[in-house]
Design a protein around this ligand. Structure first.
Ligand SMILES: [Mn+2]
Length: 335
């Protein structure tokens, strides 16, 4: 992990220079931020503050309550609470965002700033004045760690906890295919800096709200198998959300159940949009199918094993549309 590829090395040095030469920063998260985005953002905002910089982490959507235990929350706000004229940054750092639009209204704070793009999504557009996109990284948290190490920024227990949480969540607790030796090396180093694997696991993986468990029960009632048992789908409607008293966060993790069924290669979760215009489709694949290709065809994006897209229409129409694209890609035959 000490030998970065030349391009990454060059970008790290350019980013270090930009950080050293400026004093005010805005860090932008993608909409519906996940653990990697939140942990990476909180780590970086605390690191910049530690360097004596002015830094603020901004997201359009709230942080799910499950991440409330992470340090640095006092440096985060939502775009609805801050007007662009109230916070003038010289540099904007986009975190875990495939493209700038993913930040939603938070992007208004990035006007007339230098743009730095730090991400690990294959589908990242390479936007920004400086882009540090490392698709081999399991999490954006790994890249932020490398940057802090490169800059010789002291890694406090607080920063280590945030980065560890970022990596633990994007690797599904070090179980997904993206987990590498480097992931463990970095995670090990972070534990050395004071991160507690047990505390993060307990808070993030071992704690659920009652509404999420009720919603899970309803979602599993919709389970259907297609294409000879290689595709499993579940749906969450607005009605089910209301009955369970669920918030959008409560859909987290539901998709891992259909994917865990023996023989299933691809699983889909259809989540009805709040305005009823269509469904957000989450894709997960086990081994062979690159679901990011399907998501991109539908105007979405993501990783080969986890992706998502918004599709307009009724549940039946959306299901037919997605299945047609999966069939078109001929993913069921090459076994
Ligand atoms: Mn990520």
């Amino acid at each position: 992990m000490n030998s970065s590829p030349p391009l990454v090395e060059e970008r790290l040095s350019e980013i270090r220079r930009v950080i050293e030469e400026h004093r005010s920063f805005v860090l932008l998260e993608h909409h519906k931020p996940d653990g990697d985005c939140i942990g990476s953002g909180l780590a970086l905002v605390q690191a910049l503050r530690g360097l004596g910089k002015q830094a603020l982490l901004v997201s359009e959507d709230p942080h799910p309550a499950v991440y409330d235990f992470l340090p640095g929350r006092e440096f985060h706000t939502r775009s609805q609470y801050i007007a662009p004229e109230d916070y003038k940054a010289e540099v904007a750092i986009f975190i875990d965002c495939t493209d700038p639009e993913r930040t939603g209204r938070a992007i208004e704070l990035a006007r007339d700033t230098i743009w730095i793009n730090i991400d690990h999504h294959v589908s990242n557009t390479g936007f920004g004045d400086l882009s540090l996109v490392v698709p081999e990284a399991a999490a954006t948290g790994e890249i932020v760690y490398r940057l802090l190490l490169y800059m010789r920024v002291p890694i406090t227990k607080e920063i280590a906890t945030c980065l560890y949480a970022a990596i633990a969540t994007d690797t599904g607790g070090f179980r997904y295919q993206n987990t590498t030796a480097e992931t463990f090396e970095i995670a090990g180093a972070l534990v050395g800096y004071g991160a507690s694997p047990w505390e993060v696991a307990e808070q993030v993986f071992e704690t659920r709200t009652v509404s999420s468990v009720l919603l899970l029960a309803k979602a599993l009632g919709t389970l259907k198998l297609h294409r000879g048992g290689k595709l499993a789908t579940v749906a969450v409607t607005r009605e089910m959300m209301a009955q369970a008293g669920a918030s959008p966060d409560d859909t987290e993790g539901i998709i891992s159940y259909p994917r865990s069924i023996s023989g299933v290669e691809v699983s889909l979760l259809f989540r009805e949009m709040e305005d009823g215009s269509g469904f957000h489709v989450s894709f997960r694949s086990r081994l062979k199918v690159d679901v990011s290709k399907v998501a991109v065809k539908l105007g979405g994006g993501g990783h080969p094993r986890a992706a998502g897209a918004y599709v307009k229409g009724t549940l039946e129409e959306v299901t037919q549309k997605v299945l047609a694209i999966l069939d078109e890609l001929d993913v069921w035959t090459d076994s």
